[in-house]
Design a protein. Sequence first.
Length: 266
Amino acid sequence: MAEILTNQTDLDRVFKRIENDFGEFRRDQVDFAVKEIGRVRSEVAEMISEYSDSKGKVTRRRLNRLLEDLEDLEDVINEYGEDALNRVINDTSEWTARRLNNDVGLSLSADQFDRINGNVAKYVIDRFGEDGLVLSDRVWGLSQEIRDSLSQVIRSEILKGNSVNTIVTKIRRVYNNETWKIKRLARTESLTAHRAAISYSAEESEVVQWVRFHAGDDRSEACVAVEQRDKYGEGRGIYKPGDSEMFTPHPNCTSHMSYIIDERWL
């Protein structure tokens, strides 16, 4: 057993530091997802170039065939999206479990790490959100929206007689306008994985007795409700490690969690 911090105040301070560091880590994860899904732009540009004539334009006669090929683009975006978000979930779970192990002193074994990461992935991927969808449904919906936006601008620009270079520039703008959707999804999934990893790490540890939920700085109604609830008669905001209501009270949540250690280990 690694050395556990000697008092709850020190432990809470450690969790606050972990949360601050996680904010930077999550931004990197979001940027990664945007970049990975953004690879579709080069594929679209290449596809349009293949349909262009010697003047660098796509004739109306070839427009319908091009749009038919763009239908397959939805599958490509979906593949990039699922791969990117699975990577975000796994990396977040791994980062969180290792920070808890090192900073809090949980002394997790390799088998425990594997169980934590497996449980996190299963929960985040299979969970139903407020929209009634699982992760694959949300990624597929995102793929459809991006594909539709790209198809619309491509069709419009070709009918105007604009060059491939102009169309590619417009594609870049369309994608940039859609990136907020990718960022929102990546932020939500990374945050959910982070909190699930905190919870499942607590379940694997013999020193963690309870998990405390702290409402975020914006004090949203959903967060405050979770913070104020006394579910087990142990005090407000105190939950068992497996209670999933702490994971994602609402999108873009800024709340955080901390451990209450069994007094025998303090």
